[in-house]
Design a binder for this molecule. Structure first.
Ligand code: GDP
Ligand code: CA
Length: 304
């Protein structure tokens, strides 16, 4: 059975890693967020695509949650010593990838093609597609003003409350995205931030329409445990933008797009108002076994 997964960075990559341990990696297509792509030091950085590729290639730093294991920071130290752009940390190993991608993009290669080349070079069999090859950028509206995603998230430490999320760019799906959705036997939404990781994917109108018109079942995994984000601002955003952090509030961000929601046991008593089928299990991806069990629970939705 072919499976499509919509994914952001950290939570998404952990989930996708577990998924390819229990499903045939070549039957899985990941559609990744590019709304938080950023130019740093003249380089095109695609943080979420890279988190996914690094996790699938087993070269990711599990503890930090982003970037590569055994990373060193010598180039970055030089940048800082020279008074260069140092608000966004880039490790030496990571930089190598950004150099290759940036050159390819400048020569006119689409992001989807470069990503494919990079994933293949890392030995990744799973298809990793950017949602779009076009420019799509996430902006946050906050009481302190309007910020591009990484300025809000990294430079300002996502401390500003979010009043709204906007997407810049009129983007078409990358080649292969719509076909993968059409051919999927199951559509999964990783436990990623609904607003700033999955939101930009759904902002590509043709992707949203394809998901609305799906024949396959679609299952999202909640990124909240006990109403709290494991990491990051998802809980605060849900509270402010959806009015709460229950499974029903999480599901409301995917209205019309999912048939079931995987929720943690800690949220099992809080299912009031949930209009999609709950699948209750432990959802903390603390180790490879936990990741696999969560993937199995989500995959089980088709036979259940
Ligand atoms: P980002 O692009 O790096 O911000 O990553 P994602 O949006 O893909 O993932 C961030 C989300 O993952 C956060 O909302 C976390 O709550 C969630 N998350 C991280 N680890 C886990 C986990 O082990 N279980 C669950 N259910 N969610 C997790
Ligand atoms: Ca991200």
């Amino acid at each position: 059975m072919r499976v499509v997964v919509l994914s952001g960075g950290v939570g998404g990559a952990r989930f996708v890693r577990g998924l390819v341990d229990v499903a045939e990696p070549r039957d899985v297509t990941v559609i990744g967020n590019v709304g938080d792509d950023v130019e740093v030091l003249g380089l095109h950085v695609s943080p979420d695509l890279d988190s996914i590729v690094y996790a699938l290639a087993d070269v990711n730093d599990d503890e930090r949650g982003w970037g590569r294991a055994d990373e060193s920071w010598r180039a970055f130290e030089t940048v800082r010593a020279l008074g260069g752009e140092a608000w966004f940390q880039l490790g030496d190993l990571d930089l190598g990838l950004h150099l290759v991608r940036t050159q390819a993009l400048r020569e006119g290669e689409p992001l989807s093609a470069v990503t494919r080349r990079i994933a293949e070079a890392f030995g990744v069999e799973t298809r990793v597609l950017p949602a779009t090859d076009d420019r799509l950028r996430t902006w946050l509206e906050t009481p302190a003003g309007r910020f591009p995603f990484q300025e809000w998230f990294v430079a300002r430490g996502h401390r500003d409350e979010v009043d709204g999320v906007r997407f810049e760019g009129d983007a078409e799906p990358a080649p292969g995205v719509l076909q993968a959705i059409a051919e999927a036997g199951l559509i999964l939404v990783a436990p990623s931030n609904p607003y700033v990781s999955i939101g930009p994917i759904l902002a590509v109108r043709a992707i949203r329409e394809a998901l609305e018109a799906r024949r396959a079942a679609a299952v999202a995994v909640s990124p909240l445990i006990g109403g709290r984000a494991v990491k990051g601002p998802a809980d605060r955003m849900l509270q402010r933008l959806a009015g709460g952090t229950s499974p029903a509030h999480v599901a409301s961000t995917y209205a019309g797009l999912i048939d079931a929601l995987v929720v943690d046991e800690a949220d099992a008593d809080d299912l009031d108002g949930l209009e999609v089928r709950p699948i209750v299990t432990q959802t903390l991806m603390s180790d490879p076994d936990a990741r696999r069990r969560l993937a199995e629970a989500a995959l089980g939705a088709v036979v259940a």
